[in-house]
Design a protein. Sequence first.
Length: 331
Amino acid sequence: MIRPPALRPGDTVGIVAPSSPTAAHVSRRLARGVAELERRGFRVRLGDNVDNPRPTVAEKLADLHALFGDPDVRGVVCTIGGYDSHQLLEQLDFELIATNPKVFSGYSDITALQAALWVRTGLVTFMGPMLLTDWAEFGGIPDYTWTEWEATVMRAEPRDEICVASGWTAEMTRWDEADDRPRVHEPNPGPRALRGGVAKGPLVPANLCTLLLFAGTPLWPDLDGAILGLELAEEEQAWWAERSLHQLRHLGVWERAAGLAFGRCNPVSATPPDELDRMLLEATRGSGFPIAVDFDFGHTEPHCTLPWGVRARLDADARPPTLSLLEPAVA
């Protein structure tokens, strides 16, 4: 395991767009995210192709390599997810990244890069806030998202129990046109247990369908004894999620996993809570590990920050269930 150095106030954070080029089309939102990082005490360096509406694989790789290779850059934050970051992996310089470890934050499609970095280098990366979706929120990054990010990537100490956000939102506001007010939040009842129990193991936070891109390849991560932290994007309908969960069953994941924490589903995904509950219990039938759902990560706001590979504890007997980090994620 390679823990990246903890971020500190005054550090330079690089911004990269390894997936969708959305940032090139929402210049005001991009500038607002940069301003928020600066307001929180960071310097910001944009990758050369962040505002490129049609970046090639080579250009995306050049940005990643430049930011990881720059000793002045201490962290790398992705602009947004998408669907194609796995196209970078054949030419990604894993040795460069392993010898220049930095905090690397993103979620959704960024799972492809995080999984590959874990398998090839052992680098702890973070399912955490991205520039456009989190830092650029009207009024700044949500307080909960900031507090969780700060506690996880700026302190070299065990997090212990991850807090529960007081509210959440999945309201859509059109960027650069209708995002000039806070989104409407609703009360957060917290996580729910589907199957009781307590488990400890390395945490593997991932977008469900992106993780499965690596099934049967050398980049498939070792999930034996892991606590999986899975989430769904808005596009992943109920049938898609159910198919993916059963693919994990066929791969033998549920025979060897230690626990499952599932992030809150975006209502747009048309995966009703009772349907998700049924799908999870059916796909994992015959196993006895704890399962809890509706944690504060995934495609709703706000987000906690989850590190790859760090030992964690899932307590589905607690009310509400808890997820704790048992060791530091940064050095």
